[in-house]
Design a protein around this ligand. Structure first.
Ligand code: AMP
Ligand code: ZN
Length: 140
């Protein structure tokens, strides 16, 4: 438990939350400011700031539970789809520094658009260089 972490306090029951699911590895609850109603956060019970330090079994559980909740959202609230979203680091939009997987229920006409863009590589050489730089730094 990290003493100043609001999500650790939620797991400890010191801050209220609306629980959706819990097991020995993860806890899931309603986001307080949902993109769409039913938006859920899945968090590891152990405090980790980044997804990169979460043990594989827990990371796998987060993803699995997130998907199951996504399906439950479609069945329960008649949504068409869902996004699984994880912001790792402030520049990526992470505000709460206890890693969390967003399960965002989506409707075909919910008028929410991710601010997505599509750049291109200047050349095949640039693309190859970037791919090689990533591959050589990929830790097991
Ligand atoms: P992120 O920007 O990915 O760090 O997302 C943090 C999310 O946590 C936001 O969607 C907030 O609405 C949500 N949040 C912050 N405090 C609480 C809380 N006490 N209970 C539920 N959700 C929260
Ligand atoms: Zn924490």
């Amino acid at each position: 438990m990290s003493s100043n972490c609001i999500f650790c306090k939620i797991i400890a029951g010191e801050i209220p939350s609306v629980k959706i699911y819990e097991d020995e590895l993860v806890y899931a609850f309603l986001d307080i400011s949902p993109i769409n109603l039913g938006h859920v956060l899945v968090i590891p019970k152990e405090h980790h700031q980044s997804s990169s330090t979460v043990p594989e079994a827990t990371a796998g559980r987060m993803f699995r539970v997130g998907s199951r909740i996504g399906i439950a959202l479609k069945r329960a609230l008649d949504y068409d789809a869902f996004n699984l979203h994880l912001a790792d680091g402030a520049a990526a939009g992470q505000v709460v520094m206890h890693v969390h997987l967003h399960v965002v229920p989506r409707g075909a006409e919910d008028n929410f658009r991710w601010n997505w863009r599509q750049l291109s590589y200047a050349s095949d050489a640039e693309r190859a260089e970037i791919a090689e730089a990533i591959r050589t730094r990929l830790k097991p």
